[in-house]
Design a protein around this ligand. Structure first.
Ligand code: P5A
Length: 446
């Protein structure tokens, strides 16, 4: 993408309505624009990030054995009356009447809808387990929408649902999602810690929240330092191997990690030695629930087990805050100059910066880099504006591009360009083709 042809409405001054850094940076970098309280348009740069986050979520869900579907945003009130949540949900639910005076609602979540789909499609235990998910917009009329996309009224969620014949199967499905979430967040360059949680309006008796540690987090968190250092890495996972998954979940759940809702100071002190106690703040980026037959019973979602008896489906639900993640990643990764995108979700992976637009040699070298990098599959932004170098660096650093290739007449005389890393600030002079090869190696685009 050439910057002169892109739509990047950058804001110079700090927006006064934004209280936290990710909201400020998303507005300044021209990623989002508020449409009304807690409702945002995603501008090209923001939309690119959202799509990259979504893509990682899709890949990891499917790797773990979950199948993509798409349910509507608007639901009929009928199923919610059957489950008892139509009244329970309260003013957070946006209630709508259609022209025939029928009660409809903008879905805040989809447990009822998917249970109805499962009940209609699953005949017997032989069809199980079934894991289905979608990535769809939700609406919750939050009392205080704030912090930009982090607590919106309209927001994008990955919500997945599992159906099993018994508790043991449901536990396997829960563990699949637990481990899949560890992988998903690690791929995004995040350190997300699973914590024992409260189940709230979704219900159930086994639930974990995944939080990333950041000063601006809404929840206070208390954890064992050992957990903050644990990573999954490139461990080979066999998703059908219940014992392997259980082992990983045990590893992550045997140390103390709780949010303020479930924290117990006495247990914390008894279980964790003083030097390992971490008290911090966290942002909830995922939440998983096991709730057994809470929805299948009232919705009459019954299947035949191996003995031929009709039993209610055993279920869980699994959420990821896809749009919240765009803000959460910025909270975890920025500096005074702007955003520092992890490579996996960066809207552009490489920026080509022309220090002297209009100089025949510099223009030709930039064109060549731009063409070759694009051909190798990179997402490239070429800053071809007729601007001072300082202003180009400020823009590219604000929007968080992980790598810069800086091209100027002086370097070209010696046959080199400068390659700079946004995260570490490291710089290196290289021949243009060597720079391309270096990046290709790093990104696995050989
Ligand atoms: C799980 C999937 C559920 O709704 N039902 C289907 C379950 N869980 S949850 O914890 O309420 O939400 C899942 C994730 O969605 C994000 N989230 C939000 N993101 C932005 N703005 C909001 N107002 C908002 N509310 C929830 C969170 O990341 C949460 O973990």
């Amino acid at each position: 993408m050439r910057l002169t042809r892109y739509f990047l409405p950058i804001i110079k001054e700090t927006p006064s309505e934004a209280q936290i850094v990710s909201h400020r940076l998303m507005l300044r970098a021209g990623m989002i624009r508020q449409a009304s309280a807690g409702i945002y348009s995603w501008l090209p740069l923001g939309y690119k990030v959202l799509r990259k986050i979504e893509e990682i979520v899709h890949q990891e869900q499917q790797a773990a054995g979950s199948i993509p579907v798409l349910m509507p945003t608007i639901q009929s009130a009928d199923l919610w009356r059957q489950s008892g949540r139509y009244d329970d949900y309260g003013p957070e639910m946006l209630r709508i009447k259609d022209r025939h005076d029928r009660d409809m609602l903008y879905g805040p979540t989809n447990e009822e809808q998917i249970t109805e789909i499962a009940a209609a499609g699953i005949r017997s235990y032989r069809d199980l387990p079934a894991l289905l998910y979608h990535i769809q917009w939700k609406f919750r009329d939050e009392v205080r929408p704030r912090f930009g996309v982090m607590r919106g009224r309209e927001f994008l969620m990955k919500d997945g649902y599992s159906f099993d014949i018994d508790k043991e199967g449901a536990r396997h499905s829960y563990n699949r999602m637990f481990v899949s979430y560890l992988r998903t967040f690690e791929r995004m360059g995040l350190k997300a810690v699973p914590m024992k949680a409260d189940s709230g309006p979704i219900g159930g008796d086994m639930t974990h929240e995944f939080l990333i540690l950041a000063e601006t987090g809404e929840s206070a968190v208390f954890l064992d330092r050992d957990l903050a250092d644990l990573t999954l890495g490139d461990r080979e996972i066999d998703w059908e191997d219940a014992a392997q998954l259980e082992g990983i979940v045990d590893q992550w759940t045997s140390s103390y990690a709780r949010t303020d809702e479930t924290h117990d100071a006495a247990v914390f002190e008894a279980q964790v030695s003083e030097e390992r106690r971490v008290t911090a703040r966290g942002i909830e980026v995922g939440h998983i629930f096991y709730f057994g037959s809470k929805y299948s019973e009232p919705l009459n979602a019954m299947v035949a087990n191996a003995e031929g008896e009709r039993v209610p489906l055993e279920s869980g639900s699994y959420g990821i805050g896809v749009s919240r993640l765009a803000g959460a990643i910025i909270e975890a990764s920025h500096d005074d100059n702007g955003i520092i995108w992890p490579e996996a979700v960066a809207p552009f992976e490489v920026a080509v910066i022309n220090l002297k637009q209009g100089d025949e040699e510099a223009d030709a070298a930039c064109e060549d880099l731009y063409t070759k990098l694009t051909a190798r599959g990179f997402d490239v932004i070429y800053d071809d504006r007729n601007e001072r170098a300082g202003s180009k660096f400020a823009t590219i650093d604000l929007i968080g591009v992980p790598w810069k290739l800086i091209v100027g007449p002086r370097g070209l005389k010696n046959g080199v360009v400068e390659m700079a890393c946004r995260k570490t600030g490291e710089k290196q002079e290289l021949a243009p083709d060597d720079a391309i090869n270096r990046l290709a190696d790093r990104f696995g685009r050989t």
